[in-house]
Design a protein around this ligand. Sequence first.
Ligand SMILES: [Zn+2]
Length: 440
Amino acid sequence: MTTLFNFLKKYALVILIAFCIGAFAGYKTLERLGIAALINSIPIPEGSIADKDAFVKTLPEGSTLVQKALSPVDRKAKNIILLIADGMSLSQVTSYRLLQGGPDERLSMDKFPISGIVLTHSADAIVTDSASSATAYSTGQKTNNGALGLDKNKEVLENLTEKIHDHGFVSSLISTSEITHATPAAFASHVDLRWKTDEISKQMMDSNVMTILGGGRHFFITEEMGGNREDGLNLMEQIKGSHTVLTKKEELSNFDTTNKGKVVGLFADEHLRDIERPDNHSSEPTTSEMLDFAINRSLDFNQNGCNGFFIMVEGSQVDWAGHANNVDYLVQEMKDFDDAVSMAHKFALENEDTLVIVTADHETGGLLIEPETPTNYTSPEVKFSFNTGIGYGSHTGVPVPVYAYGPGSENFTGTLDNTDIYYAMVEALDLETKSGSCVN
Ligand SMILES: [Zn+2]
């Protein structure tokens, strides 16, 4: 007995190591054979989205929102291009990247040196709509879902295009939806409900935004004329005195650059690339074509006395692809958007006084990227699935990414509230030393 005890004592370390190696080898063997067998033996239940595992919770009261501290920007930006893909979170970016060129593909937005996370809730909802989110970007204030340029008590908020106009900057708004849609509207109107398009279109035409491009002819003509206006006003006729109206993409390239008046481009009855209006598609510009026009026109304004420019570009239909639960539609719209991002980035690389920001207002569709079957991660096929509703998806409350390049981009990192984006844009510009409008 004593001999055995002495033997164990003498070789304790060796025995321990041998035991550990044995256990590890055994574990590895089990892992290879056992876990795969275990996973494969789990039955996959049949069911619909309504049957998914869900947890309905009431949120705690919570604390008050505090604006994020900004790093002072010494080298100020002259120009800002803000690109917003409606409904785009990381799963939309990732799906497009994978389907465009596989996992090692890099999109234009992937090439930006600065990125951050944006929290998107509105004043009255965890899940925002585009109106309140765009109001956060255009005014720095939270508002209720559905409201444009007004706070939650319906008080008018000064928006970015109004603020910088008084400091000699010129603004443009671009969208692939009708221009009266929530995102562009929040930068040029103050209306309590985004559906009041009669009012929104009038306010946008009265705003000091010099270039507005997108779809939406029907929102400028009466119902009798085949349009959508309920107030009976022929706004198309009325704006002929104040605006040059463009309706075909050729008019963008043929535009008389000595014309320094307001321009509105209405290239479709409602949104661009409407599948029910294929005959009109050949006269509709891409987002890049509209951005190219706005950049050149803005540079022209800069050469004629403006201190800088602001251009907001919305990839409106990324959101609609999410609502429609349609991944092919998503890829088409992400491509159109990312091409415009590429153009903006290239411009900023060549013009180092320009800040480019790429972000989104919220996620749409609850898009997931899964293995083709839940038990086979290495399957060559990947499943893209929308998880908020069958046939028609909704927005979700997950954060969205922000990417930035150029002077002032340092403030677009870490975790930001959507209202912080506004303050980071204002900090990037030199507004204090400049005053007075540069356009009529
Ligand atoms: Zn939406």
